[in-house]
Design a protein around this ligand. Structure first.
Ligand SMILES: Cc1cc2nc3c(=O)[nH]c(=O)nc-3n(C[C@H](O)[C@H](O)[C@H](O)COP(=O)(O)OP(=O)(O)OC[C@H]3O[C@@H](n4cnc5c(N)ncnc54)[C@H](O)[C@@H]3O)c2cc1C
Length: 416
């Protein structure tokens, strides 16, 4: 049996020089952390991805805090600012900003471009992927394969690091729980099912900007299904406006819908929901005299707010007398693997967490136990930030949806 002392790691030791990092999942977060390790001395990366090509065309918006260079600009979002101040010390935000200074310019300049507006997810993925391939370094080996949890665990050799970036259905998250429950569904996942919804995205041929008045007045006759453009989800590129929002649906509606569909399918199968969409869009047209370009693009999703209770294997490392690889080598969940909220800019949080983790791992004088504890604390604080904001948005959304029924509205108001 291998003891902690015999392995490449010990809980009180620093990372040995020359580490192999296994990054599972080459979505935006896995690619970013790979690009970061690629530029750090002493690391080689094996990047595993099951998809042979990047095909996800959905538009995402990156938050400006990703490129902030001062505490003030980091806290510029007026809703987020107070939560940030409540959860993080100024020194912690300064540390986050200092980490950024060391990010190579080829990478940072891509992120600066993306925060300017909406961007298709596969554009982000392809650009990061090209950057890694074109840097002319042999530190990254890319492997196209669908890794199983068992393979991920057994591939961990002494001195290796495992970073799980496999998204919301994380490969490793539930394996970070210790004891007999380890690996069981939700063994290490705290999940709040907020609602079921369809996400409706469309392109509009004129400038259209949405605010809270718009969300109310354009839904005035929509008693049952209200279309609510999402936080930061209308974007005008000088020619067209990209609009994305959600309509709350029942669990029964959710069961009978396909995973993705268009406006025509909605009109035939859910005329009441389609009527609400058309009503909302007609009001945009009356106001700004434009037309929808193409059709509605619709995805049905359960909206979950969740986190990994353990974002690392620190509980495994504390357990002696076991030859499981998790008792010797550090493991981290990052991006959607670690936490997610439908009302938050999850991709931005994932990218920021990747930057934070790479910087922690890069500190050669940091004891392993400190590294794991610091990442856990950081992710817990990010969770608090996301939780507070998501609960507030959900509550406000519930109020807006019942605004035409004063009695139901009053039931939702907990005043003092
Ligand atoms: C409809 C919709 C709209 C969204 N809009 C926004 C938005 O506007 N703004 C925003 O911030 N976020 C948005 N998101 C969320 C955003 O897409 C995610 O936060 C982001 O993609 C997470 O990145 P990630 O790299 O952590 O995970 P993912 O993007 O899920 O990537 C995980 C990668 O791991 C790979 N993988 C998984 N399992 C394995 C395995 N076993 N072996 C090998 N590879 C594996 C997958 O193929 C994938 O490439 C949206 C999500 C949806 C569904």
């Amino acid at each position: 049996m291998k003891s902690v002392r015999d392995s490449g790691f010990a809980t009180q030791a620093n990372l040995p020089s020359g580490n192999r990092v296994h990054v599972i999942g080459a979505g935006p977060v896995g690619l970013l952390i790979t690009a970061l390790f690629q530029s750090m001395e002493g690391f080689s990366v094996r990047l595993y991805e099951k998809r042979p090509q990047y095909t996800r065309t959905r538009m995402v918006k990156l938050s400006s805090f990703l490129v902030a260079d001062s505490v003030e600009s980091y806290c510029a979002d007026h809703i987020d600012a107070e939560n940030l101040a409540a959860v993080f010390d100024v020194a912690e935000i300064e540390e986050t900003l200092a980490f950024r200074q060391s990010i190579p310019d080829d990478l940072m300049s891509l992120i600066r471009e993306w925060v300017k507006g909406f961007c298709p997810l596969n554009t982000i993925e392809q650009a990061l992927s090209n950057l890694i391939d074109n840097r002319g370094s042999n530190r990254v080996e890319r492997i196209v394969t669908n890794v199983t949890a068992e393979q991920a665990i057994t591939m961990l050799g002494p001195g290796d690091i495992l970073v799980d970036c496999t998204g919301c259905k994380s490969l490793i998250r539930d394996h970070l729980a210790t004891g007999p429950e380890s690996g069981n569904k939700d063994a290490n996942t705290f999940n709040i099912q907020l609602e079921y919804a369809i996400v409706v995205t469309f392109v509009y041929g004129q400038q259209y900007q949405c605010n809270e008045h718009c969300k109310y007045y354009k839904n005035e006759q929509n008693l049952h299904y209200k279309f609510i453009p999402a936080v930061d989800r209308t974007f005008y590129d000088g020619n067209l406006t990209f609009v994305s929002g959600i309509v709350n649906i029942t669990p029964e509606d959710f069961e009978t819908m396909p995973a993705t569909f268009d406006g025509q399918w909605l009109r035939i199968n859910f005329p009441q929901v389609a009527g609400s969409m058309d009503n909302f869009i007609d009001k945009i047209k009356q106001e700004t005299h434009g037309e929808i370009i193409g059709d509605l693009d619709i995805v049905r999703i359960p909206l979950n707010l969740y986190r990994a209770r353990n974002a690392t294997n620190r509980n495994w490392l504390a357990a002696e007398g076991n030859d499981h690889p998790f008792t010797t080598s550090p493991v981290f969940v990052v991006g959607d693997s670690a936490l997610g909220s439908p009302y938050f800019q999850s991709i931005s949080l994932g990218l920021e967490s990747a930057m934070h983790l790479a910087a922690l791992i890069g500190q050669r004088n940091l004891q392993l136990a400190d590294m794991l504890n610091r990442y856990e604390l950081y992710m817990y604080k990010q969770w608090l930030r996301v939780y507070m904001r998501s609960k507030m948005i959900k509550h406000n959304k519930d109020l807006l949806e019942t605004i035409d029924e004063p009695l139901r509205l009053l039931e939702l108001l907990h005043i003092y």
